[in-house]
Design a binder for this molecule. Structure first.
Ligand code: AMP
Length: 114
């Protein structure tokens, strides 16, 4: 999508602090980290949010979570734990309208969230 920040990051038109990339996905560090480890995982194809996912996206989602688990092992937060969040719409706090999964780790995360 022409006017989408994360499509531009996925296409390499805007730089990012990349942790992982393949044909389907990109993982990069959040520019405004909310925890000592805070990265985003995005599909390269434009999907507006998790609200429009379908059964056909099952393989993509399985791959997202496998990549998250691999990166958390590499970053040393697999044993201490981590949180995966996807915000949807205005009340959900979604500011970028391209599906992304936040991964936060290396501090104790409160519940419920604010
Ligand atoms: P959300 O509010 O759930 O839509 O999350 C969007 C996230 O994207 C926020 O945590 C921002 O800090 C992050 N963000 C925005 N622009 C960039 C960028 N250029 N590189 C990395 N992260 C970004």
């Amino acid at each position: 999508m022409d006017d989408c920040l994360f499509c531009k990051i996925a296409a390499g038109q805007i730089p990012s602090d990349k942790l992982y990339e393949d044909d389907m996905l990109l993982a990069f560090r959040d520019i405004d980290p909310q925890a000592p480890v805070h990265f985003l995982v995005i599909p390269k194809k434009h999907i507006a949010s998790a609200a429009v996912l379908t059964e056909e996206d099952g393989a993509l989602l399985g791959h997202v979570f496998a990549v998250i688990a691999k990166l958390c092992r590499e970053l040393g937060c697999d044993e201490s734990g981590y949180r995966v969040v996807t915000n949807i719409g205005e009340d959900g706090g979604q500011s970028v309208k391209h599906l992304h999964f936040h991964v936060l780790a290396k501090r104790s995360l409160a519940w419920p969230p604010g």
